[in-house]
Design a protein around this ligand. Structure first.
Ligand SMILES: [Zn+2]
Ligand SMILES: [Zn+2]
Length: 171
């Protein structure tokens, strides 16, 4: 697959200190996320490459829109995120974190994809105090109130409350 994220670095590697900018907006499909947590809105890439004597550093940002659902009320959620990244590409990697330079080319795609996937929030909340569902009647408490008494939710406390009640009971 032809991708604008493959950059030839022959010139760069010849003179350490040389820099190159990679500023692109690419189709989400081109990153082949293979899953639905990234929306099909374009991926923005704004990277700065700099040649070292033993590789190329890549610094900058990439932005994408993630999609998911509130972990409490399951409302659909979506937000634009911008990830800062700082990576190293080497011809002969001596750093375990480094990506490989193959045939004088660096492929930014797997690196950008990895950074974006790691940045997707795992348990997002539609709002900080989202009440979620009522544990007793199952109503969506962000939409409607219910009359259940949810002041006691932990079963251990519930057992204690029952005990207290029976101690107070005069019979
Ligand atoms: Zn929610
Ligand atoms: Zn309820």
């Amino acid at each position: 697959m032809a991708t604008p994220l493959i950059v030839n670095v022959v010139e760069l590697l010849r003179w350490p200190g040389t820099t190159k900018g990679v500023v692109l907006s690419i189709a989400s499909a081109d990153l082949e996320f293979g899953e639905s947590r990234i929306s099909d809105e374009p991926i923005d890439v704004n990277l700065h490459l700099e040649a070292l004597s033993n590789g190329v550093t890549v610094n900058g940002t990439t932005s994408a829109t993630w999609v998911g659902e509130c972990r409490r009320c399951l409302a659909p959620m979506s937000d634009r995120m911008t990830v800062e990244l700082s990576e190293l590409y080497q011809q002969i990697p001596d750093d375990s974190e480094a990506y490989a330079i193959n045939n004088d080319q660096i492929n930014l795609l797997p690196m950008v994809r990895e950074n974006l996937l790691l940045a997707i929030p795992l348990g997002p909340l539609c709002r900080e105090d989202c009440p979620g569902f009522c544990p007793q009647c199952g109503k969506d408490l962000s939409q409607t109130a219910c009359s259940c008494d949810n002041s006691v939710v932990d079963p251990r406390w519930a057992a204690l409350e029952t005990l207290k009640g029976s101690l107070k009971d005069p019979s």
